[in-house]
Design a protein around this ligand. Structure first.
Ligand SMILES: [Ca+2]
Length: 581
């Protein structure tokens, strides 16, 4: 038994997760909850007296529940404007950040037993980044590539995400998008989010953009990304709630493919995914990433933060064509000898098709990148590094690293196809902390070798394509989004986030280019914003469902928590693959 197998066997993640999901999803099981009797007829939780000192702003709390599987307390946190930040299943509870004014209401929620101040976080707040050390560009040797004059200049990376705020480190390199129509002009994004601006109001997309292409302008070059002169094209598919439906993703990818020539898009970064187990051979999201790949775009996708069990790579990272990226923790040192594979990093083979994934790994632990000032993450986790930066962990971050590397490779080797890029990346990857390819694929990305000394060869020979005619709803996995229309429609079945009916024949029947885009199902009609729907799953924005990752903070390095069983793994954590520290 390898060390990894041994670790997996000690942590019965899948079993407990499935049970929790069943209880949460099946109303008929609600009656199985123990009945709690109280002497006064109404219930009120015990509240830590220390919380009475907080009258405004946000406060970090620990909630212990009456019944571990009851998700009503988590849903209440979301409803009251808070954010579940950490599962604490060993105490039948969870950590959350909530408005101080909401504590009284939370105490009256059925199922909440004790509310206490999260003292560890309160003490650490603002002071946890005394000696930041984020060395990922050196670990993957992109620094060496930059020093050889290759910086990603001329290459455009499309980022389908929560938007990109054009902060100093990205200034002048967020590609303006032509609005078209009678209005004309340009916007700093293609916007499918339902929000009126292109700003990153959630805080995920800007962080990823900084990893791909930040130039360190606000830190005298100290905190640079991988391809510091690459251009970014922001395709915004979610607003401040972080909630996005599969249809938002499909529209975003179809638009990128349709306009790749207009904007010289060479790389597509997808730091997202769902827990769908629909076979890639028919799934519409797999169809989209394969259309991008066939159009000559290198598609880089997060593996997910649902590890460490087999079968935890999410969709569309389960697609055999694309480059799927898992995470390493480089421990803040350039050498690989002390690296570990965090438990959160998803493991293959893929659940639906049994395919080997991820393709490779890159640093994704305690990464320092850009804040999006005023965004949800930035506001709720105000631990900043050198003013303009913050820390985060997850396979989202690893994905950004590899997208940046792809930009470097394509600047130096402009004729390379996606299959050539994938082969060069995997053929030159260095041995990682695990020798199991289902943990790490080919190993740790090496930008220098992949760019300058890759052996000849191409990947993906003989693979089949997705028909795209599978179920849209199955592509969602267990997540649903509630639209912000008057009726607060739940977007499921054939509905899209435009509240129109999904048309698979139109989706697959035409080539994707700038002409056909105008008649595509996504081009006309407004997009709605949304929130994670708290019905069949755990409820509330960012906590629950399949766009995993959520908002995490204060993970002590190397401790029992960081990389532990629950870290983005054993429970479903919110939106996008990122942990916020
Ligand atoms: Ca290291």
């Amino acid at each position: 038994m390898t060390a990894t197998e041994s670790l997996r066997r000690r942590i019965p993640l899948a079993a407990s997760l499935v049970v929790a999901l069943l209880v949460a999803a099946n109303p008929s099981l609600q009656s199985l909850r123990p009945t709690i009797s109280f002497s006064h007829g109404s219930t009120s939780a015990e509240v830590d007296p220390a919380l009475s000192a907080f009258h405004s702003g946000m406060v970090h709390i620990i909630i212990r529940k009456v019944v571990a599987s009851d998700r009503a307390p988590e849903a209440a946190v979301a409803r009251l404007g808070g954010l579940v930040t950490r599962d604490l299943s060993i105490i039948d509870g969870f950590a959350a950040t909530v408005p101080a004014s909401a504590v009284g209401s939370l105490a009256r929620v059925d199922g909440v037993r004790v509310i206490s101040l999260d003292r560890k976080v309160a003490v650490a707040g603002g002071g946890s980044n005394d000696s930041p050390n984020s060395v990922y560009p050196k670990v993957v040797r992109s620094t060496n590539v930059n020093n050889a004059g290759i910086t990603g200049r001329t290459i455009t990376v499309a980022v389908v995400d929560t938007g990109i705020t054009e902060v100093a480190d990205l200034a002048g390199r967020v590609v303006p998008v032509q609005n078209g129509g009678l209005v004309g002009g340009t916007s700093p994004c293609k916007n499918f989010s339902g929000e009126s601006t292109c700003d990153d109001s959630y805080g995920h997309g800007t962080f990823i953009a900084g990893i791909i292409a930040g130039d360190g302008a606000a830190s005298a070059g100290k905190w640079k990304g991988v391809a510091p002169q690459a251009n970014l094209l922001s395709v915004k598919i979610a607003g401040a709630s972080g909630a996005a439906d599969v249809s938002n993703v499909l529209a975003g990818i179809q638009w990128v493919v349709s306009f790749k020539n207009t904007y010289n898009i060479k790389v597509l970064n997808l730091s997202l995914g769902t827990n769908s187990t629909q076979t890639y051979r028919s799934d519409p999201m797999n169809y989209a990433v394969e259309k991008a790949w066939d159009a000559g775009i290198v598609v880089v996708v997060a593996a997910s933060n649902l590890g460490p069990n087999p079968g935890t790579v999410s969709k569309p990272g389960d697609d055999p064509w694309v480059i799927t990226v898992g995470a390493t923790d480089d421990k803040g040192t350039v050498g690989l000898g002390d690296d570990t594979i965090p438990n959160f990093s998803a493991r293959g083979p893929t659940a639906a098709d049994g395919l080997a994934k991820p393709d490779l790994v890159a640093p994704g632990g305690h990464i320092i990148s850009l804040r999006a000032p005023g965004s949800a993450i930035d506001t709720q986790f105000p631990n900043y590094v050198d003013g303009s930066y913050r820390k985060g962990s997850g396979t989202s971050m690893s994905t950004g690293v590899v997208s940046g590397i792809a930009a470097l490779m394509l600047q130096a080797n402009p004729s390379w196809s996606p299959n050539r890029v994938k082969y060069a990346l995997t053929a030159t990857a260095r041995p990682a902390a695990s020798s199991d390819p289902m943990d790490v694929g080919a190993g740790v990305a090496d930008a220098y070798a992949a760019t300058f000394s890759a052996p000849a060869g191409t990947a993906n020979a003989g693979l089949d394509h997705s028909t795209g005619l599978g179920s849209l709803d199955a592509s969602r996995g267990s997540v649903q989004v509630q639209a912000d229309n008057t009726d607060q429609t739940i977007v499921n079945g054939y509905l899209t986030m435009q509240l129109l009916l999904w048309d698979p024949i139109a989706y697959t029947g035409l080539p994707w280019n700038s002409t056909t885009w105008q008649v595509s199902q996504f081009s006309g009609g407004a997009w709605y914003g949304g929130a994670w729907y708290g019905g069949a799953w755990y409820g509330g924005a960012w906590y629950g469902g399949a766009w995993y990752g959520g908002a995490w903070y204060g993970q002590p390095d190397g401790g029992a928590w960081y990389g532990g069983a629950w870290y983005g793994g054993a429970w479903y954590g919110g939106a996008w693959y990122g942990a916020w520290e």
